[in-house]
Design a protein around this ligand. Structure first.
Ligand code: BGC
Length: 799
């Protein structure tokens, strides 16, 4: 099954063999023909030549993965990648010497650990970058691309050919266990961020993999759960980002998800894997399954089914899959031409990788430059959601008292395949104590408490993953109570750290200690606030979280709240950069913080229903249709704690002079709308601002959310009084809605209102408008694709 969990890469303690192989090109075409080809056509031509020199068995080896955790060693592995979680087999015969190609996780850094296996590389670590949710909150695609260049460069130095990143499922519900790996509740943000990651990684000659295509918005029974949803909601919310990423970055590969959609495993759905992905969208890379997806379907012809639907590579692979595929071809169930096509698709992309050019990787990434961009992105993505004159803290004149075990139990990232085995995590205690004068007695009390009570949890690869620890109860600890009273008298500001961990394989829960604060955490905030407020001093909470938590219960008790998410290994320094004002906050939430969990439009249906009573959820109904996140709250006028797109700065900005500079929407898919607006820093210190373009579209055939985000842009650092004119391109596809009756994407006629605002709260923004005189068909789609026979799910309207 999931071989990753059995993986002991000590077994692969192979010395780096720097091989000077010559790849013998068994290609029939002359070099002259090939010189007229470019890009993928060039590589495809070579791949077709390789194919003509391969036996059926060799072809099956290529399409079935090598199952790195089993006894079946990868074929023609030239050298090791300490972090490979799987490989694509190579080919070695009289005509060909094609190397195995290595695949590694993951989204927040390369999951690789040379230090575990090679004495000479004992100081070689991959960098833990900030998690996806935090990167999305930067709303800065240039910065994310710059970070991804470092991620790709690290992968290359660590011997990786393909990174299994970015994760880009939609944050449909705050409790989904892997939300930390994903970007946003909005498909435009997700698609643009994913494109930035792919462009950055692939600029280094390493492949990127969009995952998990699609419907993997929860972890409960993630291998088997059936997502029941309307084609419109699937297209507009859950698939749209994937298409944007493919259009804007041409990823070399994509990973199909485990789950079912409308009754069939996604990997078995030809309408998804071929009709939509390739025929409608023109995806040119190869599609791999998620790890062990063949076993999941629990039938022996599953590998053939996966291939017939359009998966090219079955991962993690292994002998059983090969035998099944061989039998399917021999019985005539699986046409060999499908295997041929898959081999060509895989080898077309594989040729671009470092393994094919015998890249002499060092095993030692350039951590210094990675750490620099990780820290800049970390500070740019943390979101200040409350500031009643509490921040910034003046390090020259103010002293800090720190509370909460999370100052030591600080989490750099989430768990599972996305956990990075980095060298260190700068905890919040360290970050703040290096920047501010802190209350040493209090800090050492927490250090002692942490050391005495922490429970270590290890990654399946060996290194420490995180510490589990309960908050110290203030009232049960007389020393802590005394320290609290003293610090409220002697220090100027209290900073309280709260943290939340989550990971692959389980969803979070709407319980105390998870979505809600635990009783001890709440008591701590209450006591600290009361003691400091009595002395007219401010209290700031730093939330080190994997995803959305409740703030309504306690936000009134404090003066400042920084949603810090998980900032990678530089976490503590990033928090200090922001609290001190060394960096002016400019992050904006890429997901809504609801006022109450029960307000979440799918609160009742998450994480699904157990229809057969076996204790596992079987179906998850996406009843809210396209009304996910802010699309719901704004349409239904539901108050939220902090809206999508929201985030404070230490300065103030205006956004004005909004205008439409170009409109070629009538050109169908290639049409676009170009807008501009001027952002001015009206406050006293320099900073950056995000301008977000929300559109209210006319409703002719289709009901629509009150507003939908269509574009965004971020300024550079603006000095006080400085301004910048931003431009926004909205493609016709981004503007369009899906008409399920016509099986097409359309832009409806009428007047469109456009709000350029600094959050989804557009109440103070004056819109501009433009008109569309007649319906524009942007794209035709496959009739009936993704349809459901379940009558209980229909496109809903929210008024
Ligand atoms: C996860 C993928 C991951 C793969 C390899 C799967 O269980 O869902 O995201 O890339 O394992 O580790």
């Amino acid at each position: 099954m999931n071989t990753k969990h059995n993986f002991t890469h000590r077994k692969y303690n192979i010395l780096i063999i720097i091989s000077f192989i010559t790849i013998i090109i068994g290609c029939n075409d002359s070099d002259d023909d090939r010189t007229t080809l470019t890009g993928d056509d060039y590589y495809q031509n070579i791949a077709e030549g390789y194919l003509s020199n391969m036996t059926l068995t060799e072809k099956i080896d290529v399409v079935s993965g090598s199952d790195i955790g089993s006894d079946a060693d990868p074929i023609n592995l030239k050298n090791t990648a300490w972090g490979a979680v799987g490989t694509i087999n190579g080919v070695i015969n009289d005509d060909l010497d094609l190397p195995a190609v290595k695949l590694s996780d993951g989204p927040a850094g390369v999951k690789s650990a040379p230090y575990l296996v090679d004495e000479d590389l004992s100081d070689s670590y991959a960098t833990a970058f900030p998690i996806g949710s935090l990167l999305a909150s930067t709303w800065n695609t240039e910065l994310v691309e710059e970070l991804a260049q470092k991620l790709g460069a690290e992968a290359k130095e660590l011997g990786t050919d393909f990174l299994l990143t970015p994760g880009m499922n939609i944050q449909r519900n705050p409790l989904a266990g892997r939300n930390f790996e994903y970007f946003s509740e909005d498909p435009i943000v997700s698609g643009k961020m994913a494109a930035a990651i792919v462009n950055g990684v692939q600029s280094q000659g390493v492949g990127a993999t969009l995952k998990h295509f699609f419907g993997n918005e929860s972890e409960s029974n993630r291998l088997y759960v059936d997502v029941v949803a309307t084609p419109r909601s699937l297209r507009e919310i859950y698939l749209k980002g994937f298409r944007i990423a493919i259009d804007e970055s041409e990823p070399w590969s994509i990973m199909s998800s485990y789950n079912k959609v409308n009754g069939s495993y996604v990997g078995h759905r030809k309408d998804a894997m071929t009709d939509i992905l390739r025929n409608e969208w023109g995806f040119k890379g190869f599609a791999m399954t998620d790890w062990g997806a063949d076993d999941v379907a629990n039938d022996t012809d599953s590998p053939a089914k996966l291939m017939k639907a359009g998966n090219d590579l079955v991962m993690a692979g292994g002998d059983a899959i090969k035998e099944d595929l061989q039998a399917s071809v021999e019985s005539g169930d699986l046409d060999e031409s499908i295997i041929d096509q898959n081999v060509v698709r895989i080898l077309t992309q594989a040729q671009k990788t470092p393994s094919y050019s015998n890249y002499d990787y060092s095993g030692v990434p350039d951590s210094e430059t990675s750490i620099d961009v990780a820290r800049r992105a970390g500070t740019e993505g943390m979101v200040l959601v409350k500031n009643d004159s509490a921040l910034p803290i003046d390090g020259d004149s103010q002293t800090v008292a720190m509370f909460g075990v999370a100052q030591y139990a600080t989490y750099k990232g989430g768990l599972g395949s996305g956990n990075v085995l980095a060298k260190y995590t700068i905890d919040i205690a360290t970050g703040l104590s290096e920047r501010f004068t802190v209350n040493e007695d209090l800090m050492s009390w927490y250090q002692t408490y942490f050391d005495a009570n922490k429970i270590a949890h290890y990654d399946s690869w060996g290194p420490l993953a995180y510490y589990e620890i309960d908050e110290a109860s203030v009232t049960d600890n007389s020393d802590l109570e005394t320290l609290l009273t003293e610090s409220a008298e002697s220090n100027d500001v209290a900073v309280i750290a709260i943290s939340r961990q989550a990971g692959e394989g389980a969803d979070r829960t709407e319980t105390e200690g998870d979505y809600y604060l635990s009783a001890d955490e709440l008591e701590m905030i209450t006591q600290v606030s009361s003691a400091f407020h009595e002395q007219s001093k401010k209290v700031v909470v730093v939330v080190n979280n994997n995803g959305v938590i409740d703030t309504s219960q306690w936000s009134d008790l404090v003066d400042g709240i920084l949603i810090a998410y998980m900032g990678g290994q530089e976490m503590g320094y990033e928090v200090a950069d922001l609290l001190s004002g060394d960096v002016n906050p400019s992050g904006k939430l890429a997901q809504t913080y609801p006022a109450n969990y029960t307000d979440v439009p799918n609160a009742d249906s998450f994480p699904g229903v157990d229809e057969d009573g076996d204790g596992d959820v079987d179906k998850i109904y996406y009843n809210e249709g396209i009304y996910v996140g802010y699309r719901y709250y704004t349409s239904k006028d539901v108050d939220v704690a902090y809206p999508f797109g929201y985030g404070l700065s230490y300065t103030t900005f205006t956004i004005d002079k909004a205008s439409i500079s170009n409109n070629t929407l009538s050109d169908g898919y290639s049409g676009q709308l170009t807008l501009s607006a001027t952002v001015t820093n009206t406050g006293g210190i320099s900073g950056k601002e995000v301008a977000q373009v929300y559109v209210t579209a006319p409703e002719v055939k289709l009901k629509k959310p009150t507003i939908e985000l269509k574009a965004f842009a971020k300024t550079s650092e603006l000095n006080p009084g400085g301004s910048e004119t931003l431009t926004f391109d909205i493609s016709s596809f981004e503007l369009a809605s899906f008409d399920p009756n016509g099986d097409e994407w359309i832009i409806e006629p009428g007047t469109y209102k456009v709000y350029i605002s600094n959050s989804s709260d557009i109440s103070d923004t004056t819109p501009i408008s433009f008109s569309v005189s007649q319906e524009i068909v942007v794209a035709e789609t496959t009739p009936g694709a993704l349809s459901t026979t379940d009558n209980s799910i229909v496109d809903v309207d929210v008024e």
